[in-house]
Design a protein around this ligand. Structure first.
Ligand code: ZN
Length: 286
């Protein structure tokens, strides 16, 4: 395995520390009431993520890095064509890549073949920092093509690609966590970043709520596309996918097989479409 020093010696230890810190914070200051065993979900999400982690390290990073080296040598891509000062190239890398990922997340919901895999992530019946690792390895394989294409188009350098990826993963851990930030602090953070309350709405069983808040690092893209929703209190959100509500249907084996099975329409097991009914006193982001 070829070494990626920035990922192996900086990224991985930093991300592990952030994961542990968020695990403690969400245990100490929980945001949403959890309905299922934390330990059970932690183990399940961790095991489910093992093939995905392997693919990230063996292909999803090395292939786009090789593409980035090639693009740099051949002067291909936006940042290689235009001579930006270093600081501007850094800012542009983060903005362009995060915006590209907004579209990729949108595609993962809207394009049926991609949704089959992304559905596995959304079927988690509670939402916490371990959900950030719960991705079917198939989604990672598709991501290789997406990431390589973005790198060529934007002319992202290999170091910047890895730096972006580490930040992207840290943001993913943060906004999936069940950490109850003081509402005033979260409102300030949410002027720039995707926060746990904002992303919690994206994991709702109500479809029009799931079809909002697609951002990963910055919240601006959802503002731009008018897909930003901050009007739902967290204790009114039921986490999950409407048609997959039974724990015994979401065991490890069934989750790995889920993309290859017939997909159920967005209906509750009783056939009804989930609607928001609960009124709540929980404070809103907006
Ligand atoms: Zn999603």
């Amino acid at each position: 395995m070829q070494r990626i020093p920035l990922m192996d010696y900086v990224g991985r230890p930093v991300l592990a520390c952030i994961f542990l810190a968020l695990l403690w914070l969400q245990w100490r200051f929980p945001l949403r009431r959890q309905h299922f065993s934390v330990l059970h979900r932690l183990v399940r999400n961790f095991v489910l993520s093992i093939p995905g982690f392997a693919i990230v390290r063996l292909a999803m990073l090395p292939i786009p890095i090789a593409v980035a080296v090639w693009a740099h040598e051949r002067r291909v891509g936006l940042l290689n064509w235009l001579a930006f000062p270093g600081w501007a190239a850094v800012i542009l890398t983060f903005l362009m890549m995060d915006y590209a990922y907004w579209w990729w997340h949108w595609a993962n919901h809207m394009i049926p073949i991609f949704w089959r895999f992304h559905n596995v992530h959304h079927t988690d019946l509670d939402l916490d920092v371990s959900t950030a690792a719960r991705f079917h390895f198939g989604e990672m394989i598709f991501s290789i093509a997406f990431l390589s294409l973005a790198v060529i188009l934007f002319g992202i350098g290999p170091i910047m690609l890895v730096a972006f990826f580490i930040t992207f993963e840290a943001a993913t851990l943060f906004h999936h966590s069940n950490w109850c930030l003081p509402i005033k602090l979260e409102r300030i953070l949410n002027l720039v970043l995707v926060t746990p309350r904002m992303h919690g709405i994206h994991h709702s069983i109500v479809q029009r709520e799931t079809n909002s808040n697609w951002g990963t690092i910055f919240c601006w893209w959802d503002k731009l596309h008018r897909t930003l929703r901050r009007d739902i209190p967290q204790d009114a959100v039921t986490i999950g996918v409407a048609a997959y509500r039974e724990e015994h249907e979401l065991t490890l084996g069934k989750l790995f097989a889920l993309p290859f099975r017939q997909q159920r329409p967005w209906r509750l097991p009783n056939g009804e479409e989930p609607e928001r009914t609960v009124r709540s006193a929980d404070e809103l982001l907006e």
